[in-house]
Design a protein around this ligand. Sequence first.
Ligand code: FES
Ligand SMILES: [Fe+2]
Length: 341
Amino acid sequence: MLRNAWYVAAWADEIDERPVEQQILGDAVVLWRKADGDPAAVSAFCSHRRLSLARGQVLGDRIACGYHGLQFAADGRCVTVPCQQGVPRGADIRGYPVAQRYGLVWIWMGDAALADPATIIHIAEWGSPAWGYNRGASMVYDCNYLLITDNLLDPSHVAWVHPTSFGGSSCEAVPMRIREAPSGYTVSRWIMDAPVTPFYRDLVPFAGHADRLQHYEVRYPSHAVIKAVFVPAGQGGDDAQTDWGKDAFLMDSYNFITPETESRSRYYWFQLRNVRPDDAHLSQAMSAAVLSAFSEDLAVLNEVQRGMDTCQDPHISIATDAGPLRYRHRLGQLIAAEQSA
Ligand code: FES
Ligand SMILES: [Fe+2]
């Protein structure tokens, strides 16, 4: 897995002065909030007898182990050992750079000297009063994170996995366009002059058929920006268009996957929409509908993992796999380059 990258460690409101342990890229990490309000993260296990620091207590900016009271600073340095002068060699543990953005705590899992919070994804519409916001609890998938990035680069699956929400029969036959950028891949298509599918019916502010853009973008290491655009039929079809007109419905779905291990992944998500930004009831309804649809993905992907684990014969690929396969290939190159550096 790519280590020199920012991953989501937790929702910001999950981190307070009580330490919590999270599994991230196979590392056990303990997070807490310091006296100045900034989050902090260190390796979970105390250097003395390996008790998890999640059982310890936060003392100002430090965390104290709950067994014999060793104290660690946010950078992992051991600063106090009770009942003795000085700190023995090897007492330090690993500290992880962290930063808070978009209501989430982000963690850098690689070389701390390379961590730059300016490289965390930029969300231009965040905080704008014209955009409504909804979110749900993080979800745990019992599958490898790349099965999720496959899914998030694959607009075709909505016709089969989400026929009563995001998808519909109009979504089946339209071919995809694939674009590469330094940050990752985008698979997109316009579905022209089609009925609005169920999830969007109460959101789209015009009647009749729509031209619909499905923009599925996945960025390294495992972050997806899924944009939905609905405009009245006849007004869409151009990816380069940015002014969508007053009737357009836009929804930007942000999806951040944090591998816990090779076979377990945590999924953080929220949506921003350009209609009824202050409608709390709508935000709630959207979160419930998204959770229901994502639960469909979860059920399928957990079963795909089981199929992959159980049946060792080679599986095939089809045309709609082109984007996901290219993404995996490029990510594999980035990981190889990082490991050989
Ligand atoms: S196990 Fe942490 S101080 Fe002893
Ligand atoms: Fe899905």
